[in-house]
Structure formats: structure tokens, C-alpha cells
Design a protein around this ligand. Structure first.
Ligand code: SAM
Ligand code: SF4
Length: 329
């Protein structure tokens, strides 16, 4: 039973932990071309992240997702996954990755108890993939997806951010790829996180409704009741096991059932992706080495900081200056 209940009676069952701000890609909607990353001593160590994960599970959290930056560029990531995979009370353990290192890591992640993977894929055209990720290699990511399938993950889901004029002509190709591979796919609306100057977000914004209309022209979609307590809605097609998700962070509809919080790679606990309300867990961990109780106490106290709802806009105003790689997707 979760001990973490906020002032609006929402039970926190899900934590996303960013394990690094670094990445081997520079996706145009996530990072600028030149990035300065945090000095290593400001980032939580593998032991500190393991302790944060343990504290949350002891407080009733059942689901942990590792993200970043790119979690698979973090040194000793397999040790961290192993530590978290053995925590009691954890029912759902997942990672969001760009997939480029999965050939190397997929089977050890699976063996350490990770059940599901989200793999980002915005284009099936090699040159366009390179343009959108700036440094990525499509072939490696496709091979990573195959490695994840071979490793026997319970579910694999692709994440695609759709930008008008950049990859919106590939919506159906991405759906067909997911169908052929018998995996799921979610389409994500671009969020105004970080001041990326490569494109105007106002011009490239493509709503979930537009993506859905494109898919429905070929495959009628049946709404599915599955919900993650987050901004995702799921649909099914009559002739396939693949699920199609739509992630609309701009929608406020999910705030009432929000069951999640995030921890940045610096150990800042963010109570809401769209607000700055936060508390510093690193300070507590480093002031009380090896002691879990002070950390649990700080997490309990932070519940009163969770705001009722977020306030994203699409009018080009960057309200939240953090880059996505700092907060984790
Ligand atoms: N590096 C991993 C990856 O790309 O999957 C994990 C971290 S990444 C920040 C997590 C997810 O956030 C990815 O699916 C990415 O496409 C998405 N993302 C990044 N910046 C975004 C933005 N500004 N708006 C919407 N989604 C974004
Ligand atoms: Fe890296 Fe993921 Fe951001 Fe792309 S979306 S730059 S892969 S952290």
C-alpha cells in the first residue's frame, strides 16, 4: 500500500528516475547541438540512485522507469539495473532508451528483472533519422529493437515524436513497422521543454488528434480502457496485437489521476513535469550517508509540494527552461 499520498488524495505509485543527462544522440526536439553536461560529482552515483529506488519502493512505489539522457551510456548501468531489479514490491520495471546500445545490453537488462522497454524511433529513413537525432544511426537502433525482442521482454513499445513537416509523412510507415514487429507504438506531442533553437515549435507542433486521424484513414482504431494514470491513451486495431498510444502532455485531463513523480540525475525530486516544485534528495543522502530513513522522510514531506496541475502552452513561450534530458521523458 502506498504511503505517498498528496494533498489532492493522489497515491504515488510510479517514479521515473533519470540516471544521466548525457546522451550519444542530440535529437533536435530534446537538445541543442552543443550541450554542456553536469560535472560528475553533481550526478547521483549508482549507489545513491539505488538507495533512492529502494526508499521509494519501501514507501509503496510499484513501478520504476529508468530514463535520461540515455540510460545506456551511464557507466555501470547493469549494476544499477541489477540492484533495482531485486527490490521487493516492484511490479513493473522499465527503461526508456534510444535503442542504440541494446544489442550489447538487452539480454542482461532482461536477466536482471527488467520487464518492459520503450525505444524511441522517429523515422525509418536513414538520412532523416540522422537529421532528427543529429548523431544517430538507424541501422543500429533497428538492430537494437531486434535484440530486445530476442531477449524476451514482456512488452516493447516504440516512442515517436511527430513534428509537422519533418516526419509526419511517416506516421503510417511507423505503425506498419510496429505491426510487422508485433510491438506497440506511442505517438508523442512535442513538449516545450528547453529552448531548442533548431526549429520553431509553433510550426512543427502536431497534435495527437491529427496523428490519430492519419492512422484512422487506414486502420480504424478501437479505444482501449488501459490507462497508465498519465497522459497516454491507448487504442487497438482489429487485426493486430500492437497497441497504439497517444501521449498528449498538453492535455490537462490526466492531472487528476497523476500517480507519478520524477527524480533528476542530480537527485532533485520533481513533483510535476510542468512545474518547478521540487526537493533536493541528494543533499539528504550526502548529509546522512548510508541511512535510508532521512531520505524516506524527505520524500514523504515532499508530497505536500505536488501541484494540482501543469501549465504547458504551445504558443512558443518556453515556460520551463529545463531540457528534457535533465528531467527524463
Ligand atoms: N534517451 C532516451 C530516449 O530517447 O528514449 C530516454 C530519454 S528521452 C528524454 C525520453 C523520451 O522523451 C523520448 O521518447 C524522446 O523522444 C522524448 N522527448 C524528448 N524531448 C521531448 C520533447 N521536447 N517533447 C516531447 N518528447 C520529448
Ligand atoms: Fe538523447 Fe533521448 Fe534526448 Fe534523443 S530524446 S537527445 S536520445 S535523451
Amino acid at each position: 500500500m502506498s504511503e505517498l499520498i498528496d494533498d489532492f488524495d493522489r497515491r504515488i505509485k510510479y517514479v521515473r528516475i533519470s540516471v544521466t543527462d548525457r546522451c550519444d544522440f542530440r535529437c533536435v526536439y530534446c537538445m541543442s547541438e552543443e550541450m554542456t553536461f553536469l560535472p560528475r560529482d553533481q550526478v547521483l552515483s549508482i549507489e545513491e540512485i539505488s538507495m533512492v529506488a529502494r526508499a521509494f519502493t519501501e514507501l509503496g512505489v510499484e513501478k520504476i522507469r529508468l530514463t535520461g539522457g540515455e540510460p545506456l551510456v551511464r557507466r555501470n548501468i547493469d549494476e544499477l539495473v541489477n540492484n533495482i531489479g531485486s527490490l521487493e514490491g516492484l511490479r513493473d520495471f522499465t527503461m526508456t532508451t534510444n535503442g542504440a546500445q541494446l544489442r550489447r545490453y538487452a539480454s542482461s537488462l532482461r536477466q536482471s528483472g527488467m520487464q518492459r522497454l520503450n525505444i524511441s524511433l522517429d523515422s525509418l529513413k536513414p538520412e532523416r533519422f540522422k537529421e532528427l537525432t543529429r548523431t544517430g544511426n538507424l541501422e543500429k537502433v533497428i538492430d537494437g529493437i531486434r535484440a530486445a525482442k530476442e531477449a524476451g521482454f514482456e512488452r516493447i513499445k516504440l516512442n515517436a515524436v511527430i513534428l509537422k513537416g519533418r516526419n509526419d509523412d511517416e506516421i503510417l510507415d511507423l505503425v506498419e513497422f510496429a505491426r510487422d514487429e508485433s510491438i506497440d507504438i506511442s505517438f508523442i506531442e512535442e513538449m516545450p521543454l528547453g529552448d531548442v533553437s533548431e526549429h520553431s515549435r509553433e510550426e512543427t507542433f502536431c497534435s495527437s488528434d491529427e496523428v490519430r486521424a492519419t492512422i484512422e484513414a487506414r486502420y480504424p482504431l478501437l479505444d482501449s480502457p488501459e490507462s497508465s494514470g498519465g497522459p497516454s491513451r491507448y487504442c487497438r486495431m482489429a487485426d493486430s496485437d500492437s497497441r497504439i498510444g497517444f501521449i498528449s502532455p498538453h492535455s490537462h485531463n490526466f492531472c487528476d489521476s497523476c500517480n507519478r513523480v520524477r527524480v533528476t540525475c542530480e537527485g532533485r525530486l520533481l513533483l510535476c513535469l510542468g512545474n518547478e516544485h521540487s526537493t533536493d534528495l541528494r543533499e539528504v543522502i550526502r548529509a546522512n550517508p548510508g541511512e535510508i530513513e532521512p531520505l524516506k522522510q524527505r520524500i514523504r514531506e515532499s508530497m505536500s509540494l505536488k501541484p494540482h496541475r501543469h501549465h504547458f502552452t504551445t504558443d512558443g513561450d518556453v515556460q520551463i527552461v529545463r531540457f528534457m534530458n535533465m528531467t527524463g521523458g
